[in-house]
Design a protein around this ligand. Structure first.
Ligand code: NAD
Length: 485
């Protein structure tokens, strides 16, 4: 296979030679072969990117000051350019991180353009209101772009997560320095090509792939006004500390250990496809997955059998093949981590029901079998820590109050799902769970509604109008004008 290689970085609206000859190499998680490489941004490249974004933002005639409709024209061209590359975007994501191709086509090929159009429309609909004051005079409450944004994204759903940040930030009038994760850079360069073709003004978007240290340098950079981060809770804490010291606004979308709560009236078999989507999607590598399955003691064995039957029947293999349901993990490091958790589950006394090893028919690639543990203690490591692989822990509960207590017994609070024959009961139950988002008989993010976490799952929201506010500052102008009578 020919490799996909780039020699230049997209900074300041042009493709520039990087400051050093350091490179990021990407290996296929399916067969471990080299599939491409790009320049690795250094601190000097970050300086150049922030400076370009700063100049673009501070230009009095520039992007931040354009009318929303003028920005929309460019964002529409960007959306079209991304759609034209949709198939290749999906393919690049799949060959880099193992996401099944059908999922990459939904999440990675389609979602970015949807988000660009949604946020462009929201900004065009108006960001200003005139208020009658309590004390007799009017005020204008307006929303201004917050400034130069550092957007730092992980590898698991790289394009969709990128656009949870880029779409509202650009629509709001911000300029962006984007740091993709080293595992998924080839899709980011394709996206940069689309931006260049669409004619985004120089410096409005800059793409600088690098690892943690350079990411930390970007977070701390004096030219940055806002940090928007998605990744692990450990990195989020470090970033929050920096932003706290600098009083720099920050949005944090972090890890999770969500609960999928099966109520005693549920017929899981009828909703098994949705249950798969809510618990094992993307090879178990999504932050909001419900990886703690809570089952009523009275129906415990039946639920364990159903969940194990699902996990055991999934087609594991090459993620480029349409029928594959579970691909490999992103990296050898990630597989090592997941296998460590499987060992810990065993040594802590949980009962392995299905999976637990590597698929026998794969002699290369970072695959792990979909794995289900039963009789898991709610305090056990595999019930408390984020594994980020296709591993479920089924925990018994006595009654609804017990289920709520177990579901809420976590440091995290990002996703979750309730499974029941009675949707009203499901909704009432969902209200009792401390989490940022939760679904009844399915789980799926929707552009119109906010997504984000509580506690160790983060701060702030993406998607919906709330996701736009994160890139705006609110300004009040007190008018010397009496209230309308
Ligand atoms: P990670 O935190 O190691 O890395 C994420 C990104 O941050 C990468 O680009 C990395 O280079 C960068 N980074 C790491 N440390 C940094 C630091 N100190 N300063 C600046 N940048 C830094 O996470 P990962 O392993 O790539 O991704 C998996 C994690 O992301 C999981 O915990 C998952 O739950 C979480 N995640 C959360 C969401 C969400 O929306 N809440 C979505 C996807 C993934």
């Amino acid at each position: 296979m020919t490799t996909i290689d780039y020699d230049r970085l997209y900074v300041g609206g042009t493709w520039n030679a990087p400051a050093t000859d350091q490179r990021i190499q990407v290996h296929s998680p399916t067969d471990e072969q080299l599939i491409g490489s790009v320049p690795e941004a250094s601190e000097a490249d970050i300086d150049a990117a922030v400076s370009a974004a700063r100049d673009a933002f501070d230009d009095p005639e520039g992007w931040a000051h354009w009318s929303p409709s003028r920005r929309t024209e460019v964002l529409e061209r960007f959306a079209v350019a991304l759609e034209e590359r949709g198939g290749e975007t999906a393919r690049r994501v799949t060959i880099q991180n193992g996401m099944p191709i059908w999922l990459a086509q939904q999440f990675e090929a389609g979602f970015p353009a949807v988000l660009l159009r949604y946020y462009a429309g929201l900004v065009e609909a108006g960001q200003e209101e005139r208020r009658q004051g309590m004390l007799g005079k009017q005020a204008v409450v307006t929303r201004e772009p917050i400034g130069v944004v550092a957007a730092i994204v992980p590898w698991n759903v790289p394009q969709a997560i990128t656009f949870l940040k880029l779409a509202p930030a650009l629509a709001a009038g911000c300029t962006v320095v984007l740091k993709p994760a080293p595992e998924t850079v080839l899709d980011a360069f394709l996206m940069a090509e689309a931006a260049a073709e669409a004619g985004l003004p120089a410096g409005v978007l800059n793409v600088v792939p690098a690892g943690r240290e350079v990411g930390a340098y970007l977070v701390e950079h004096p030219g940055i006004d806002k940090v928007s981060f998605t990744g692990s809770t450990a990195a989020g804490r470090a970033i929050a500390q920096t932003c706290g010291r600098l009083l720099r606004p920050v949005t944090l979308e972090l890890g999770g250990k969500s609960a999928a709560i099966v109520l005693d009236d549920a017929n899981l078999g009828d909703t098994i496809e949705s249950f798969f989507g809510a618990t094992l999607l993307n090879n178990g590598q999504i932050c909001w997955l419900g990886t703690r399955v809570l089952a009523p003691r009275a129906r415990y064995d039946e639920v364990v059998d159903t969940v194990a039957g699902l996990a055991g029947s999934l087609v594991v293999g090459d993620p480029l093949v349409e029928t594959t349901q579970v691909g490999p993990l992103v990296s050898e490091r990630q597989r090592h981590r997941v296998e460590g958790y499987i060992e810990k589950g065993l040594s802590d006394g949980a009962r392995l029901v299905v999976g637990g090893g590597r698929p026998a028919d794969r002699d290369a690639g970072w695959f792990v079998q979909p794995t289900v543990f039963a009789d898991v203690d709610r305090k056990a490591t595999i019930a408390q820590e984020e594994i980020f692989g296709p591993v479920l822990a089924v925990i018994p509960y006595d009654d609804e109050d017990d289920a709520v207590a177990i579901a809420n017994d976590t440091d995290y609070g990002l996703g979750g799902s309730v499974w029941t024959a009675d949707p009203d009961r499901g909704e009432q139950f969902a209200r009792r769970i401390r989490t940022g988002t939760i679904g009844v008989n399915h789980y799926s993010n929707d552009p119109f509604s906010p997504f984000g976490g509580v506690r160790a799952s983060g701060m702030g929201r993406e998607l919906g109008p709330e996701g736009l506010v994160a890139f705006q500052s609110v300004k009040t102008i007190y008018l010397d004008q009496a209230n309308d009578s």
